[in-house]
Ligand binder design. Sequence first.
Ligand SMILES: C[S@@+](CC[C@H](N)C(=O)[O-])C[C@H]1O[C@@H](n2cnc3c(N)ncnc32)[C@H](O)[C@@H]1O
Length: 267
Amino acid sequence: MNNPGLPELEQTARAYEERLVPALFQDVAGHLAEAANIHAGQDVLDVACGTGVLARTIARRYETAGSVTGLDLNPGMLAVAQSQAPGIDWQQGDAESLPFQDHSFDVVVSQFGLMLFPSPELALQEMYRVLRKKGALLVAVFDSINRVPAYKAMSAVFARVVDPAVGQALQLPFSLGDTRKLTSLFTSAGISAPGIRTLEITARFQGAREMALADIKGWFPFADIQLDEPTIDSVVAEAELALEPFRTDAGTIEFQVPVHILSAAKL
Ligand SMILES: C[S@@+](CC[C@H](N)C(=O)[O-])C[C@H]1O[C@@H](n2cnc3c(N)ncnc32)[C@H](O)[C@@H]1O
């Protein structure tokens, strides 16, 4: 999909919302929203909000929040976010150049975006810049793929059946799992001594096919990865074997995913 239009972007975003959010992202949003501990009247920004699961969770949980804003680069993601929660302020923009004045928000949150930015350091600087004094920054990233064997197995399936580059693409979301590297990113962005907590969430897919399709339909097209039906069938056949260790008696695929939550207060 070279230069996809809004309908194509929105179609992929809808698949992301239906296939990936409930299986993987929703539980983390609950943890981050709780950790954010927002008070009445506070203004909140969700950077790389995607289809908006975290911003929505925060808006629902803290009805007295002053405002909740979600920002993402991808207009398809924002179209789905808008359809899910029209009351939130959804804005298109780049995490590395946030379209907000200094000191605009009391809380800035971001889940599973940092590893996708060309310069995570610049994005952190921006998140810190738009925070008010004593404001809170909370960022969630996946642990390394070696600690998420189900995705390591799927990366190997895509590399074998499709192309090594596609296997590599599946590793990118897990590329900031090293906590020392994360701490030094924060430090170079001028944010000293972030707190780090690692929690384990349970990923749940209806089956191996659904787990494979979540990536194939829910974000591969954003990375210009298009698979035809025979290739998808081959991937699913291999995924059924590779994901056997994670199959429950009920036939679902379930596994633990360690997630690092980094937090810092603005001095
Ligand atoms: C894995 S999704 C996470 C979305 C959402 N936070 C969630 O938890 O479902 C990553 C998001 O980062 C967005 N993104 C990637 N690069 C970006 C950038 N430079 N600025 C803003 N958003 C970006 C993508 O469009 C995508 O919506």
